[in-house]
Write a protein that binds this ligand. Sequence first.
Ligand code: ATP
Ligand code: MG
Length: 384
Amino acid sequence: MNVILIRYGEIFLKGNNRCFFENALRSNIIHSLKDFKFELKKISGRYELSEYEETQERAIIDKLTKVFGIHSISVATKLETDYNSIKEECCKIKLNGQSFRVTANRASKIFPVKSMQINKEIGEIILNNNPDAKVNLHTPDVEVLIDIRENGFTYISTSVITCAGGMPLGTAGKGLLLLSGGIDSPVAGYYLARRGLSIEAIHFHSYPYTSELAKQKVISLAQKMCDYMGSIKMHFISVTHVQEEINKKCDRDFMITLLRRMMMRISQKIALNNGAGALITGESLGQVASQTLQSINATNAVVDIPIFRPLIGFDKQDIMDVAHKIGTYDISIQPYEDCCTVFLPKNPVTKPKIEKVLAEESKLDIEALLQKSLDSEEIMIIQN
Ligand code: ATP
Ligand code: MG
């Protein structure tokens, strides 16, 4: 019988909380496979997924590679532990000239033959059946894993598929992601979701200066992120009146700084109203004028909750590579305008002095602007 073995790593470190993490992982696996028939059983230190339709195996594997907390999976043949049956099963392995090694793991020490001896004997059987194969103990093309478990069963597999890793989604509280239509913010959300943080997202628009298509693009991005996050509650907020006011009353070179301070204030309010304990942005040090240390300080100063910036030390190319991997890149590069690019000043300040920022900001009625933005809120639950 073929089964899928699901391995999780870091959860082991969690001592008394282990059950909490394991249960979260279990329910996330079940949720991500809601369209399939299967059975999920816990065997020591792993999950065993069985009773699925063979024709759906690829699709199931594809889903599992995106469940945070799973480190690797293997399709394995499961048989009752018996050395002759193990040998018989290994006779079927076809290597097509690839190099290999056998790694036996005897979790059940009741089994009389030692691991080293199993490796040697099974290796010989495989060589006999694949005369053009070679043993390579250090960098084999194929690792034949023979996992002899305490439950009386042995699992034999010939490939390990690396999965997303991290911690189960929802085990680290909730964060609010500032999701623009760009390349960076979806990647930032991915990294923190991968550490177990549930994600809600907030998007600022300047309708009618920004278009309906720009909004659709953000919805598509959130949908793509749902491959990993299941569903995302999205908050759409207008900052049109904020930009118009700044444009009218303030030194326009401070547009981005003042707008971003408003974005942070609004985000903090929405976060706290929705049980989120942190904000997340896609900022990367020095990437643009608004991401110098001075600019970051100026926007940071208006919020009390932590702002997570997982990409702060990333190069653009590194971020783009991850965007490709998680499938958001092609959506992000669609050419729709962002609210930050509307009213873009000719010479945005790169090192805003806080006294000057405060002087410019004092020309605005912050509370009224904030309230008007909050009143514009539109909520959408995005699912894939
Ligand atoms: P991105 O590629 O994520 O758009 P960026 O390189 O364009 O980032 P900025 O425009 O300076 O950089 O934005 C920095 C961060 O501010 C973004 O990563 C995002 O978290 C947030 N942000 C920017 N614009 C918006 C917006 N319209 N709505 C929500 N968040 C935004
Ligand atoms: Mg942007």
